[in-house]
Design a protein around this ligand. Structure first.
Ligand code: NAD
Length: 472
């Protein structure tokens, strides 16, 4: 069993001065795989002071210097890509094919941001004013467990580009991948104190980070519940904030959608990351007359989805990350049954062929009522709610009848019609006729209680800037 007992502060691995620890299990086999030590408030405080001191010098470095750092981090991560993939599959249970794609995208982000840096508008001049964009300062980053490497890279790359320094509190549940990432960062020989990482719980070290007066901005990715707490903490010192929170995204099948073609996309969105994806299309809105056909196609397609060992190339659905998440999803399934939703497939209990592992049965409910808890709340597991609609206006109302607004999907044979519908959905992102767009670093973020601000490529750089006017 691997022991993770060091933070990364001021360019050094420093032993955590605490006896509190958490044991991580392989979600596929339930074997113990790692123990992570949980830091104290004093260790978080030390990291923040280090980042604040480093900002003074790092913010003055040239763009060429920072481009060079981004390149070096990319190159080092690229060399260890296979190791990073294996660790994500081991400790999170994400399927190998998804992890491979996500790891590559995350690593390549350093090159994309390097490219953006070449043409970034740091200074704009006119006759009587100069407008300057400058790095916001010390950025506190708090991330969840469902796409660890992507979240690390999507914050570190733009922060470095802007000359900011970081204190990161990763999720407790991705300690192995984070450790391998930090070893790459260390070998890339980046200036000491630019990236600091403190392991620990949100309640202890996360709270310190969001309240600390030396932290200028918080980039938080996680649940809406925690986001609200962080919003409150940040208000005490008026920190800049980006909040990337939860979702309950609608997938709308318009009347003319080719059902046989689109159902595999519907499921690949709903069960993306085994359902543990913020953008999962977990509410499926279907014309009433087409419900029976959709049910048949869903059953047919789900039967073909391979569930099991995430290392297997054929696997489409792996386990939940841990027992807690498995239990949460079970509670929602129970609630759906108790509230009278019709169970089309899946349901309570572990997938029968496995004695071990946190495998939830891919589940579909047919729901007559938008007010059901399973329709309104984010489940974060492979549970899809099908909702019939009478008219496209009703479908639109239902799509928008949610506290969230992170993502949405519209399927139609007529792209123009789908586009007109998409424009009316209150959501940060709408995908048309696909579950996975090939767009390069489009903005990402939520409306309503799905968040604040936008990240992604140039948008992440904007999020990490202050804007200053000098007037004549
Ligand atoms: P979570 O909110 O429980 O935890 C996220 C992080 O916050 C963890 O590192 C945790 O330790 C920390 N934390 C907890 N309490 C804290 C506190 N009081 N102060 C500071 N930090 C605290 O979320 P999770 O269960 O790890 O992740 C799943 C959630 O993340 C889902 O809701 C999902 O939709 C969301 N998510 C959103 C996006 C997005 O881009 N919008 C992406 C991925 C995941």
């Amino acid at each position: 069993m691997k022991i993770i007992d060091q933070n990364y502060i001021n360019g050094e691995f420093k032993t955590i001065d605490s006896s509190k620890r958490l044991t991580l299990k392989n979600p596929t086999t339930e074997e113990d795989i790692a123990q992570i030590y949980l830091s104290t408030p004093a260790e978080m405080d030390e990291a923040i002071h280090c980042a604040a001191t480093t900002f003074e010098s790092f913010s003055q470095t040239s763009i060429d210097t920072r481009m060079d750092i981004l390149q070096r981090i990319h190159d080092e991560l690229h060399k260890y890509e296979e190791e990073l993939i294996d660790l994500a599959v081991l400790e999170f249970g994400a399927t190998i094919t998804t992890t491979r794609r996500r790891t590559k995208n995350a690593i390549n982000l350093f090159l994309a941001i390097k490219e953006e840096l070449k043409s970034y508008d740091f200074i704009k001049k006119d006759d009587y004013s100069i407008t300057i964009k400058e790095g916001v300062g010390v950025i506190g980053v708090i991330i969840p467990w469902n796409a660890n490497l992507a979240h690390l890279c999507s914050n570190i790359a733009p922060a470095i580009a802007l000359g900011c320094t970081l204190v990161i509190k990763p999720s407790e549940f991705n300690a192995l991948e984070t450790q391998a990432f930090l070893e790459c960062l260390h070998r890339a020989n980046i200036p000491k104190g630019v990236v600091n990482v403190v392991h620990g719980t949100g309640e202890v070290v996360g709270e310190i980070l969001t309240k600390h007066p030396l932290v200028n901005a918080i980039s938080f990715i996680g649940s809406t519940k925690t986001g609200k707490r962080i919003f409150e903490n940040c208000s005490k010192t008026i920190k800049r904030m980006t909040l990337e929170l939860g979702g309950k995204s609608p997938t709308v099948l318009l009347e003319d959608a080719n059902l046989a073609e689109v159902i595999p996309h519907v499921l690949s969105s709903a069960y993306s990351n085994s359902g543990q994806a913020c953008h999962a299309g977990s509410r499926l809105l279907v014309p009433k007359a087409k419900v029976n056909e959709v049910k048949r196609l869903l059953l047919e397609t789900i039967q073909k989805l391979k569930i099991g060992d995430p290392k297997n190339e054929e696997t489409k659905i792996g386990p939940m990350i841990n027992q807690t998440q498995f239990n949460t999803v079970q509670d929602y399934i129970k609630s759906g049954i108790e509230e009278g939703a019709q169970l089309l497939c899946g349901g309570l209990g572990r997938v029968q062929e496995f004695e071990k592992g946190y495998f939830v049965k891919p589940t579909v409910f047919i729901c007559q009522d938008q007010t059901l808890k399973i329709v309104q709340e984010e489940i974060f597991g492979p549970v899809l709610c099908v909702l019939p609609y009478e008219s496209e206006q009703e479908a639109l109302n239902m799509a928008n009848d949610t506290l969230f607004g992170l993502s949405a999907y519209v399927f139609s044979s007529d792209e123009t019609k789908a586009y007109e519908f998409a424009k009316q959905i209150r959501s940060g992102r709408v995908l048309i006729n696909t579950a996975a767009s090939k767009a390069k670093n489009p903005p990402f973020g939520g409306m309503k209680q799905s968040g604040l601000g936008r990240m992604g490529g140039r948008y992440s750089m904007d999020a990490f800037c202050e804007i200053k006017s000098i007037l004549f």
